[in-house]
Design a protein around this ligand. Structure first.
Ligand SMILES: Nc1ncnc2c1ncn2[C@@H]1O[C@H](COP(=O)(O)OP(=O)(O)OP(=O)(O)O)[C@@H](O)[C@H]1O
Ligand SMILES: [Mg+2]
Length: 207
């Protein structure tokens, strides 16, 4: 079984400027086909506006394609979204947080949505953050007081709390300093080695 199987995917966005303006259409995906093996790390490179985030949103069950077939972890889409979301961890470019709440509160809130036991989730979160190189003291700081890179590490931690077999990461290392970037890459490599996690990511990093 493939972790991700996509065939001839099409997605066009249309919008209208004002009430009577001309219809504007933007073809984001045009006949995309590929598959990702279980336990594979698959990176997608492409210029701005080439449809990477659109593709990730479709795989994450947040957007429907116009045509083509998608199968994620054996589950054909649309269908079975609620169950599938429990098995996916996603990091988006602009991760949404409650900015006034601390990292701890944001992460425990996410844990609750996944019905995880809070104390256990907190231990998991601290362990992941340590491996990502975030100072433990920052755990209690409001998100709005954190740098973008720190917030990115919290977003990655949040995507991993429920131990998903599939990670969908939209530019996970953009904005990270070289050391942090390396830490995230190493951590993802370890996840794959230890748990066989499938990782699908987009990046602008040619290396
Ligand atoms: N919600 C939307 N409404 C209208 N057009 C959209 C929407 N989302 C994406 N698009 C359009 O679809 C195309 C692909 O956008 P997408 O965000 O998927 O590109 P990307 O490869 O992720 O780019 P980047 O490297 O800048 O992140 C662009 O032309 C964009 O304007
Ligand atoms: Mg994008």
């Amino acid at each position: 079984m493939y972790a991700i199987e996509v065939s001839n995917l099409q997605k066009t966005f249309s919008s209208r400027q004002g009430w009577f303006g001309p219809q504007k259409t933007e073809r984001a995906l045009d006949g995309v086909s590929f598959h990702v093996d279980e336990g594979e790390t698959y990176a997608l490179l492409g210029p701005n506006g080439s449809g990477k985030s659109t593709l990730i949103r479709i795989l994450a069950t947040l957007l429907l394609p116009d045509a083509g077939s998608v199968r994620v972890l054996g589950n054909p889409l649309p269908g079975g979204e609620a169950e599938l979301r429990r098995r996916i961890g996603r990091v988006s470019v602009d991760a949404a947080f409650y900015k006034k709440l601390s990292a701890r509160e944001n992460l425990l809130y996410a844990a609750q949505l996944y019905r995880l036991e809070p104390r256990r989730a907190e231990r998991t979160a601290l362990a992941i953050l340590e491996r990502l190189g975030l100072d433990q003291r920052r755990f209690y700081d409001p998100l709005e007081e954190m740098s973008r890179g720190m917030q990115q590490k919290i977003a990655i931690t949040r995507a991993l709390l429920h131990d998903p077999p599939l990670l969908l990461l939209d530019e996970p290392t953009t904005g990270l300093d070289p050391a942090s970037k390396r830490q995230v890459q190493l951590f993802l490599e370890e996840l794959r080695a230890e748990r066989g996690t499938t990782i699908f990511l987009t990046t602008h990093d040619m290396a």
